[in-house]
Design a protein around this ligand. Structure first.
Ligand code: ITT
Ligand code: NA
Length: 198
């Protein structure tokens, strides 16, 4: 099976590719599909934006595809930046700008709890299926680490002591929202037989 991954974020493609095992399907990036134009994300929920992206690509290609929309939901900020994570500091701003604004808005807050949430929208034979992956954790006082992308330098997942940006991709995958959502997609596409003896 071939699935087009409707994203323009090369980090997402890299992470998803690292999760593909022997499941027997191939992930084609938009770049490989010859697709350069922006995909609109006009909605105020991850669910609706994920659907918009996958349906846009399905309309244009007629092929099986999936998209994902991810947000960082910070408890003390009532769930912000959430669906606006990519443009928190403004449309032209960098990940470093977004992190700066986040740390500034959290100054003086004792409660650093946050979670990443990913919604995958899969379109298979024209029908949509959604999968959610959540990763609880907390926001550091300062950016730490060089790996990963986006908010990784300030996010420590529950059960770990280091930020996502201090982890290899393999380690991040053990905790991450994206890995959890994608594992549900894989289980949906290729259900594993129950282990022997029930
Ligand atoms: P698409 O083409 O798939 O839309 P995007 O980068 O615009 O790519 P989103 O709309 O889902 O992605 O925006 C989510 C933002 O949240 C993204 O720009 C990152 O800054 C951040 N983000 C997403 N996943 C992350 C992760 O695993 N670690 C850290 N930050 C992440
Ligand atoms: Na986007």
């Amino acid at each position: 099976t071939e699935l087009i991954f409707a994203t323009h974020n090369p980090n997402k493609v890299k992470e998803i590719r690292s999760l593909l095992d022997a499941s027997g399907f191939r992930v084609i990036s938009l770049e490989e599909a010859g697709f350069t134009r922006e995909i609109p994300e006009p909605h105020d929920t991850l669910e609706d934006n994920a659907s918009e992206k996958s349906q846009t690509i399905f309309r244009l290609t007629g092929k099986d595809c999936f998209s994902e929309d991810t947000g960082l939901e910070v408890e003390a900020l009532n769930g912000a930046p959430g669906v606006y994570s990519a443009r928190y500091a403004g449309p032209q701003k960098s990940a470093a700008d977004n992190i700066r604004l986040l740390l500034r808005n959290l100054e003086g807050h004792g409660d650093r709890r946050a979670r990443f949430r990913t919604i995958i929208s899969l379109i298979l034979d024209g029908k949509e299926h959604r999968f959610e992956g959540v990763c609880p954790g907390h926001i550091l006082e300062a950016a730490t680490g060089e790996e990963g992308f986006g908010y990784d330098p300030v996010f420590v997942p529950e059960g770990a002591e280091r930020s996502f940006a201090q982890m290899t991709l393999g380690e991040k995958n053990r905790y991450s929202h994206r890995a959890r959502a994608f594992q549900k997609l894989e289980a949906f596409l290729a259900p594993r037989p129950p282990k022997g003896g029930e």
